[in-house]
Write a protein that binds this ligand. Structure first.
Ligand code: ZN
Ligand code: ZN
Length: 460
């Protein structure tokens, strides 16, 4: 009791001096705690999307169905100006995928094609395998070692709470196929960019660098990569058979789904929250990124129902993030010059938020201090990084829009990421509510803040 009184005294000593915003602080707390204790909107959205739509690969008919579903859902929740902003994109679809080690020991492989993978002939290919322990080793290897062979890069991703290891280990997926092709490889298989030990390969996008010929490119599950490493330790030539028949099917439509809570003061700017609607095709896109669209829309719904905010809240469910941030680019192209007071994207699963980073200009310092104070009781600490706001917001933030990042704990995110195992049962309802509570507090404060501020200087 004594401890909590002291804690309350410490909080009020830190609180900003009296302002209209402070008068609304009890409302922020009420909204936050109502979300924490009983939000069902987010669960309802992610349960509905994963059950009634399921996988929604960018540019496919499934993603179009997801957009139609989303428009109906957002309208039924009471949002205004619900619409789709379409754009064209090249579309790649998965085909058959099979692999086997032929020699020295016959073994089946659990593998999956990487995005934009080339295809083998319908009869498959067979070749000797050459193994590399890292991207650097592949880059340093002479082409004579690689020409005509199947390249295997085994580089086990490590867990980090902030997910930063994805940048380092992900290079094998993003660049490995191009480097292998440039050196004349027949195909490439990589150890999955994932931290689990299940027989689930992790897909993900890779782009062929300019002038590079597409080759078959796949990821092995971690246990399959372990097994292949042990086979290599026997010191005998290794041969593999691969059958991958993905296709580029030409230009199709994708789109961003947008919904708004119109603000009272059109000059005060927009607060953008969202996630991406598309998913990989293997799972049902629950943690990536059904959770993100659900969390952010649920928070916007809660703030909307509490009364018309000063600023317009814009909910954006981006299309075609997985294959190259196409929705984020289209949004910035259309809306980059509109005043955004803040932008935040949830695209890192549904585990608890533990850190908040800000990228707002100095004039908004009192506002970010209030957000920090409202998030503290949820176990969220202020970080020191400059917020980038999420993958789809990259182009908008580069144009100067201020970002906030509410960072989920990503320790286990890459156990499931881009696998068939990304399904609804992996979402914990209490953790999901903590996410909604954090977004609700942030949105309520920033959308109603009486202070004004502008964009940051554009980058580049
Ligand atoms: Zn994502
Ligand atoms: Zn993803």
């Amino acid at each position: 009791m004594k401890k909590s009184l002291l804690f309350a005294a410490a909080i009020s000593a830190l609180a900003p001096t009296a302002s209209p915003a402070q008068n609304r602080a009890p409302q922020v707390e009420r909204l936050r705690d109502a979300a924490l204790n009983g939000d069902n909107h987010a669960w309802d959205i992610v349960e509905g999307l994963t059950t009634e739509v399921g996988p929604r690969l960018a540019g496919t008919e499934a993603e179009a169905r997801a957009r139609e579903w989303s428009v109906r859902k957002l309208r039924s929740l009471g949002f205004s100006n619900v619409r789709i902003e379409e754009f064209d994109m090249p579309v790649w679809v998965r085909g058959e995928e099979k692999g086997q080690i032929l020699a020295p020991f016959l073994q089946p492989l659990a593998l999956t094609a990487l995005g934009n993978s080339g295809a083998t002939p319908a009869s498959g290919i067979e070749a000797e395998v050459v193994a590399f322990s890292s991207m650097a080793e592949l880059q340093a290897a002479p082409a004579e070692r690689i020409r005509g062979k199947i390249v295997f890069v085994t580089h086990r991703m490590q867990k980090t709470q902030d997910g930063s290891s994805y940048g380092y280990f992900g290079a094998v997926r993003r660049l490995g196929p191009s480097v292998a092709s440039q050196k004349g490889a027949a195909a490439i298989v990589i150890r999955s960019i994932g931290t689990d030990s299940h027989r689930m390969p992790h897909t993900g996008v890779q782009q062929w660098q300019a002038g590079v010929t597409p080759i078959p490119a796949a990821a092995l599950s971690n246990p399959d990569a372990d097994n292949l490493e042990r086979i290599f330790e026997r010191g005998r030539p290794v041969r593999m058979r691969l059958l991958l028949t993905p296709r580029q099917i030409g230009t199709r439509k994708s789109g961003n789904v947008i919904a708004e809570v119109p603000g009272r003061d059109p000059k005060a700017g927009i607060v953008l929250v969202g996630g991406h609607l598309d998913s990989w095709d293997l799972g049902t896109g629950a943690i990536d990124d059904g959770a993100g669209v659900a969390i952010t829309a649920a928070a916007a719904k809660r703030v909307m129902d509490a009364g018309r905010p000063r600023r317009t809240i814009r909910v954006v469910w981006f299309g075609a993030e997985e294959v190259g941030i196409l929705g984020g680019n289209d949004y910035a192209r259309r809306h980059g010059t509109e005043l955004h007071a803040a932008a935040a994207e949830s695209d890192f699963g549904a585990d608890r938020i533990w850190r908040v980073d800000f990228g707002l200009p100095e004039q908004a310092k009192a506002v970010t201090d209030r957000v920090e104070a409202a998030l503290s009781p949820l176990g969220i600490a202020r970080g020191t990084a400059v917020a980038r706001g999420g993958p789809d917001l990259g182009p908008l933030v580069a144009a100067g829009a201020p970002a906030i990042t509410l960072q989920q704990d990503g320790t286990d995110y890459f156990d499931l990421h881009h696998t068939p195992d990304d399904t609804l049962d992996k979402i914990d309802r209490e953790d999901l509510r903590q996410n909604v509570a954090a977004y609700t507090a942030f949105l309520s404060i920033v959308a109603n803040a009486p202070e004004n501020w502008g964009h940051n200087a554009p980058q580049r």
